[in-house]
Write a protein that binds this ligand. Sequence first.
Ligand SMILES: [Zn+2]
Length: 326
Amino acid sequence: MNNKEWLRQLSNLTGLPYYEEHRIFGDKSGALIGIRDGYIVAIGLGKADGGHSGVKMLLRYAKTQDPKLIKQALDPAKGKFKQVLTDATTANLVRTYSLGKPDAASVAEPLPGLLAAMKTCAAPIGGKCEECGRDEPQMVLLNDVPTRYCPSCQVQLTQKLDAAAIEYENLETNLPLGLLYGAGAALLASIAWGGVAYLLRRIFLWGAILVGLFVSKAVVTGIGKVTWTARGLIGVLTAASVAFGDAIFYALTVMSQDHVPFMAALKAVLANFWKIETDSDGGVLSIVFALIGAVWVMYSTRKPAFKARFTTLEAPSTVLSSAGAK
Ligand SMILES: [Zn+2]
């Protein structure tokens, strides 16, 4: 069964309207979005952590001080959903699958139990703006999250975020501090890289990504914000860190085989670094991975998003007469 048919079937079973064009969980088949007992419920297909295919569900309630309590109440009712993550307004549930999508009926089945559990601990959103509590009949998507947000609160949020974006642009940058932090992090990562490689007798290639993340965190903390200079610095330092980590690994190996002091071994390794690196198994690969790590981190260090994107819910693809709005 294709994703759209599956969602249509799930829409029939749950009475939640199906919106083909609102891809709030990432999958192009769209999502079910509706209100049940005053709570906002959305279900759809998307990628779970680690790239697994998953069925995702959002349950949204009025702001609470104690999201843990909601997690405790929902956990026993989650059925085959794997995990429940809760914050002040939203519970996120994921059910992963590997071969085919689970039976739509088995996805719909825990919903009444989940709603019953919510009633014991979370206040419904009902027909009110989540921000100011005024009556608001329309649901909107705020950065792909279904919510009730009245027009005046929408304007206020947009203005607030615009101001925050301008403030961020005007932040002072401190390049020397970024360089200092970044170089320190890169050196630490080299030592860890070389040490781990020596202990495991192999180079842990995906570690390049970890090195990149660590260096990037340090550089951005030092500079104060993400700039193109910061990205470039992160890339160079990540590649250098992995290369120097390899050098430490070779030096440790030489030290233990030839019984020479570490510094002498390191000196000899550095003098012939490129030859050793290209001769050794995995040497060139680790440079390649360092570059992949560097590029990936440069790409993924985005500026914080200061955008509130409001989307109105269009007419659903399926409207159910009997099980419609409750
Ligand atoms: Zn409002």
